[in-house]
Ligand binder design. Structure first.
Ligand code: PRP
Ligand code: URA
Length: 209
């Protein structure tokens, strides 16, 4: 399962943030802060290989060469819980475009239901980061990636917080070309398709619902 397309962040700050997210007594306020911080950390690793181009820059001392991103960066949070990852990542890449996909699980079947899509043109030339904290059955991320590919996106990375073996297997089988970045791989799904030990319902905890 630990193929070259699966990346698990191994960093002490990430582990402490993740513990705060898991703890049932963490308030929505602290949950939001930890989610934003951990999202920025996972994104930092997920963006390690995005291409740059040189640009001339004048320092107060002399001319030199700097770098800019070669392609636009597009963040695509899956509503709702993916929204909780956006601000932390925007603190690192403030010029990124933010597109939205609304997908939620049917409470009985856990199958993904698509209810909203607002995607920019020219995704084919962009570095696309699909954001969803939880990779559970994988259904939501599989459907979101299908929609992104259908409008031309080709350079897609999935960035999350907690994955599980079932979700990783399903996602990599459906989209073997898309790297998966996460801060943890948990044990399994329970009989309601929640990740164990997980952190509960990410959207409910982030938004306090
Ligand atoms: C959660 C989560 C993921 C999805 C993961 O969304 O935010 O999008 O479940 O599960 P999957 O891998 O089995 O598809 P949910 O359906 O609870 O919607 P919400 O974010 O609006 O609460
Ligand atoms: N969605 C969540 O928010 N949590 C889970 O454990 C599974 C799906």
């Amino acid at each position: 399962m630990h193929g070259s397309h699966l990346h698990v962040l191994d960093h002490p700050i990430a582990k402490v943030c993740l513990t705060q997210l898991r703890h049932r007594a963490t308030s929505p306020e602290r949950f939001r802060v930890a989610m934003q911080r951990l999202s920025a950390l996972v994104f930092t690793e997920a963006s390690r290989d995005i291409p740059l181009v040189n640009m001339p820059v004048q320092t107060p001392i002399m001319d030199t060469t700097g770098s800019i991103f070669a392609s636009p960066i597009v963040l695509v949070p899956i509503l709702r819980a993916g929204l909780g990852m956006v601000d932390g990542i925007l603190s690192l890449v403030p010029d990124a475009v933010v597109a939205h996909l609304g997908i939620c699980r049917d409470e009985e079947t856990a199958r993904p239901q698509s209810y909203y899509a607002k995607l920019p043109p020219l995704l084919s030339s962009a570095e696309v980061f699909l954001l969803d904290p939880m990779l559970a059955t994988g259904g939501s991320a599989i459907e979101a990636t299908r929609q992104l590919k259908a409008v031309g996106a080709s350079r897609i990375r999935l960035v999350g917080i907690i994955a599980c073996p079932e979700g990783i297997q399903a996602f990599t089988a459906a989209h073997p070309d898309v790297p998966v970045h996460t801060s943890a791989i948990d044990q399994r799904l329970n009989d309601r398709s929640y990740i164990v030990p997980g952190l509960g319902d990410a959207g409910d905890r982030y938004f306090g619902t």
